[in-house]
Design a binder for this molecule. Structure first.
Ligand code: GUN
Length: 273
């Protein structure tokens, strides 16, 4: 049996249409500032996708491209300026470790990536805040595809601060009400967990993290991986997973466009405040 394909492009476009209406009600054009440090090619292509989406919905994306050897002092000065001039600010990751503290320099109310400890704390408490884009996009993708999460067992494979940990917290919150398990590189027998799941989210960044022996015919799989191979972009799932499970997100065209749509959505929310 071939799995149902959960189309992230289609759902992202639906969200963009809703955002255009909200932007039309604002007295100004929202400004999203994107800071890129160095010349990571993946970062450049993500920023291109964000600029295209911003253009479609009517957000002005300002790209600040800085050298890899920028000092923390200079970077923080730019962030201070953008905290007063922009509606939303993101720093495209990865950046050098010595600069990571700049993430907390962004005002929490402008932190449209949802990476600030204040926003992550509010998320954990189940209080309204700017949510990290990939976890928020995954929830939207499932809900808009009519997969009810209430009481479902969701296994998240991967414990990153950007995806695994915030997603597990979001799924637990009242109103979503999933039961969550987080697996990681030290988990014993990951397949014992994934086989008992209703939904498996794979976000490790490693090829073939999930294979067909680790899922059932009833599993819904969300593949967050973006791995560049000789065959092009592929996710964290082995190709044969799609031949077995009930539904799966494609790579590309699944979670990626949803992450971008949620960044636009956070920028509109920050502008409405
Ligand atoms: N690098 C990989 N994913 C992301 C993301 O969602 N936001 C930012 N800023 N950088 C990233």
């Amino acid at each position: 049996m071939t799995a149902q394909i959960i189309d992230g492009v289609l759902i992202a476009r639906e969200i963009e249409s809703e955002l255009k209406i909200r932007i039309g009600k604002l007295a100004f054009k929202p400004i999203l500032s994107v800071i890129q440090i160095g010349d990571d090619s993946a970062s450049s292509s993500y920023i291109k996708a964000k600029a295209k989406a911003a253009n479609r919905v009517g957000i002005e994306l300002q790209h600040h491209h800085l050298p890899i050897d920028i000092s923390l002092t200079d970077l923080n000065s730019l962030i201070d300026k953008l905290n007063s001039d922009s509606n939303g600010i993101i720093i495209q990751l990865p950046i050098p470790e010595t600069l990571l503290s700049c993430l907390t320099r962004i005002s929490p109310e402008k932190d449209v990536d949802g990476f600030h400890p204040m926003n992550l704390g509010l998320l954990m408490r189940g209080e309204p805040t700017l949510l990290p884009c990939t976890p928020a996009g995954i929830i939207e993708l499932l809900q808009r595809s009519n997969y009810n999460l209430n009481g479902k067992h969701v296994v998240v494979v991967g414990r990153s601060n950007i995806v695994g940990k915030p997603l597990a917290n979001l799924l637990l919150n009242k109103g979503i009400d999933a039961t969550t398990t987080i697996c990681h590189s030290k988990t014993k027998d990951i397949s014992q967990h994934t086989k008992s799941a209703d939904i498996v989210v794979v976000a490790t960044g490693y090829l073939n993290t999930l294979n067909e022996d680790m899922v059932t015919e009833n599993t819904i799989v969300i593949d967050v991986g973006v791995n560049r191979t000789d065959d092009g972009l592929v996710g964290d799932c082995a190709p044969n997973v799609a031949n077995k499970v009930k539904a799966i997100t494609p790579v590309p065209g699944g979670v990626g466009p949803m992450t971008v749509a949620m960044l636009m959505s956070n920028t509109v929310s920050a502008s409405e405040q």
